[in-house]
Write a protein that binds this ligand. Structure first.
Ligand SMILES: NC(=O)c1ccc[n+]([C@@H]2O[C@H](COP(=O)([O-])OP(=O)(O)OC[C@H]3O[C@@H](n4cnc5c(N)ncnc54)[C@H](O)[C@@H]3O)[C@@H](O)[C@H]2O)c1
Length: 255
């Protein structure tokens, strides 16, 4: 049984994880924290994590980019593994997470789904084969309450392309601001926001005679919740180091 402290427990992802754990023999949320309040959980919800006295194995964070440094400090104070699923972190926060990995185990992924993490590998393979003959464009769509654009996942997909392309690529976010023909060493990244879309990502490799599209569609938030719980199991007992979903999947495949 992995005991979890859940930061951002009153949000959409917080509810998805809490609902999954209520029926689980493998995972238990022992406490949560959020600036919002909700009294329908079977565990206490703290406004300030430091007020909690419960013992736990790992912290899962699905909150807000502005909240991540303070929950990271809580993880350092309690010397517990920290799983950061919140997106749109600034460079200073990313650097602090990396530095913290010398003292505690930290895990960071902008997308906890197994499908997206496999998609990253497919995109790398396609880039090796098709760039620079094919133009590469990334399209993402999310619900109308999402705060950041482009999504953290779109940026992970762009980084996967960049990792395999021999040139330094220019990211073009708003093509309407660039009145010139498309250059080869570019990745176009476009965002759509509307309704209740959970998360759609496409990477298009557009040649003169054909287009290859690699796409992923999240049907439910449970896919991210399940991934976060797998990460909790993977991180339980780790003392220090920096881990991603690829490390977690590699261990799952070995089992
Ligand atoms: N890594 C992934 O797979 C993945 C998947 C979905 C969402 N996300 C990211 O996770 C984050 C949360 O997503 P969501 O859809 O649940 O958002 P949400 O807005 O529904 O929930 C966020 C919660 O965090 C709380 N919060 C805000 N500031 C806080 C603070 N200082 N301390 C504690 N709690 C605080 C809010 O009150 C809210 O309850 C976003 O950054 C989102 O992009 C990541």
């Amino acid at each position: 049984m992995v005991k979890i402290f859940l930061n951002g427990c009153c949000g959409r992802m917080g509810h998805a994880i809490a609902d999954m754990c209520i029926h689980s023999d493998d995972y238990q949320i022992v406490a949560g924290s959020d600036i919002a309040s909700y009294d329908g959980y079977p565990f206490p919800v703290y406004q300030n994590p430091s007020d909690s006295t419960e013992d736990f194995d790992v912290i899962i964070d699905f909150s807000n980019a502005m909240a991540v440094q303070s929950i990271l400090h809580f993880a350092l104070a309690r010397k517990k593994p920290f799983i950061c699923c919140t997106t749109a972190l600034d460079d200073a926060t990313v650097a602090e997470i990396l530095k913290a990995s010398e003292q505690i185990a930290v895990f960071k992924s902008a997308n906890m789904s197994i499908g997206i993490n496999l998609m990253l590998e497919l995109v790398k393979n396609a880039t090796r084969t098709l760039y620079p003959d094919y133009d590469i464009e990334i399209l993402e769509a999310h619900h109308n309450r999402k705060l950041d654009a482009p999504s953290g996942t779109a940026m992970m997909l762009a980084a996967a392309v960049q990792q395999e392309a021999p040139d330094t690529l220019e990211y073009i976010y708003d093509r309407h601001q660039v009145s010139e023909a498309r250059k080869k060493n570019q990745i176009g990244i476009s965002s759509i926001r509307g309704g209740n879309i959970i998360g759609e990502h496409q990477v298009m490799f557009i040649g003169d005679e054909e287009t290859l599209t690699i796409s992923h569609s999240a049907k439910s938030r449970d896919v991210f919740a399940k991934g976060a719980l797998k990460a909790a199991e993977f991180m339980n007992g780790k003392q220090s180091g920096y881990f991603t979903m690829s490390d977690c999947i590699a261990e799952m495949i070995k089992e």
